[in-house]
Design a protein around this ligand. Structure first.
Ligand code: NAD
Length: 329
């Protein structure tokens, strides 16, 4: 099938070319993101393959369908960037990669927790500058700390597994209980408000939906323990970044670790070293010593990118062969 592949990075090309030897699709790689200025590149392509920050809104879907696109293949799990209702109206199929490596994201999540707690990022810079003082580097034992997980699906469950090993007390809020979390990792389900009040560390593992938009806002932060650590490796808009800045300034939030940011589509995945930064909210976040930011890399492991490539190509072949789309959205 002819595939217009947007937001291509060298590593995408390497993995997809390797796996595509088996599937034989005709892939054209575009470095640019899919958007209003670029959708014309996909003219005549039956399949358009996109990633987390490509925009697949009503306008783009309508335009793509008029140009002959019948399938949008997301090479990610989240689909908050796609107007699903419009796709249904247009009879454009949407497929995604629902699971590739929950281990990758869970391990990065815990990496952020440990780095923030033990200030590993500062410690490394200090040692390289010849400063071996421990002042300011005091951390805390993870054992016996209460960690609150919002969302205990595939990734939340893996975070629970790792933290169970550390001896943390794990509480969780989810609309649906995960029996394995309760039985194997001692997770205790509580109401969301209770989780805010009781947790030393809060980690977000739910999708971005209308009801989870700005889940962490001024009010939620107000209910939390002073000095709480908040970790977000899910989707940026789960946190109101302006409220987080206020929480950091008042020292209610003691640590913030984020791999995702609400306005990341204009920042992440690109080298902006020599560009003037215009996002004042993001710039303010980078000034706090107790904020650690990575640029949507939690998923980025050999195993996860392999699984993403394989499943995406399988999804496209299934559509081409008229098979059931098991990963349809
Ligand atoms: P999943 O579907 O397995 O689990 C999501 C869980 O959230 C489910 O148990 C669901 O019931 C729960 N949930 C839904 N609405 C909720 C609410 N209002 N409050 C609490 N819980 C709610 O998904 P997953 O594979 O564990 O992924 C979780 C999120 O991680 C994804 O939605 C995606 O946004 C994000 N993600 C990020 C990266 C990254 O690289 N940073 C990579 C993959 C996924």
């Amino acid at each position: 099938m002819k595939i217009a592949f947007f937001s291509t990075k060298p590593y995408d090309r390497r993995f997809f070319d390797t796996y595509n030897e088996k599937y034989g699709h005709d892939i054209t790689y575009f470095e640019t993101r899919l958007g209003r200025e670029t959708f014309k590149l996909a003219e005549g392509f039956e399949c358009v393959c996109v990633f987390v920050n490509d925009r697949v809104d009503e306008f783009i879907l309508t335009a793509l369908e008029a140009q002959g696109t019948r399938l949008i293949a997301l090479r990610c799990a989240g689909f908050n960037n796609v107007n699903i209702a419009r796709a249904k109206e247009l009879d454009v199929s949407i497929v995604r990669v629902p699971a590739y490596s929950p281990y990758a994201v869970a391990e990065h999540t815990v990496g952020l927790m440990l780095a923030l707690n033990r200030k590993i990022h500062w410690a490394n810079s200090r040692v390289k500058e010849g400063n071996f003082s421990l002042d300011g580097l005091l951390g805390f034992d993870m054992r016996n700390r209460t960690v609150g997980l919002i969302g205990t699906g595939k990734i939340g469950e893996r975070v629970a597994a790792i933290l169970h090993g550390f001896g943390c007390t794990i509480i969780a809020y989810d609309k649906f209980k995960n029996q394995a979390c309760e039985d194997k990792f001692g997770v205790q389900y509580v109401e969301q408000g209770e989780l805010f009040e009781q947790s030393d560390i809060i980690s977000l593992h739910c999708p971005l939906f209308k009801d989870t938009y700005h889940l962490i806002d001024h009010e939620a932060i107000g209910r939390m323990k002073k000095g709480v650590m908040i970790i977000n490796t899910s989707r940026g808009a789960l946190i109101n970044a302006r409220s987080a800045i206020e929480g950091l300034k008042s020292e209610k939030i003691g640590y913030l670790g984020i791999d995702v940011y609400e306005e990341e589509e204009d920042l992440f995945f690109e080298d902006k070293t020599f560009e003037i930064r215009t996002d004042d909210v993001f710039a303010r976040l980078t000034t706090f010593p107790n904020v650690l930011i990575t640029g949507h890399q939690a998923y980025f492991t050999e195993e996860a990118v392999s699984a993403i490539s394989k499943t995406t190509l399988e999804n496209i072949s299934a559509y081409e062969n008229g098979e059931e789309l098991v990963n349809a959205v």
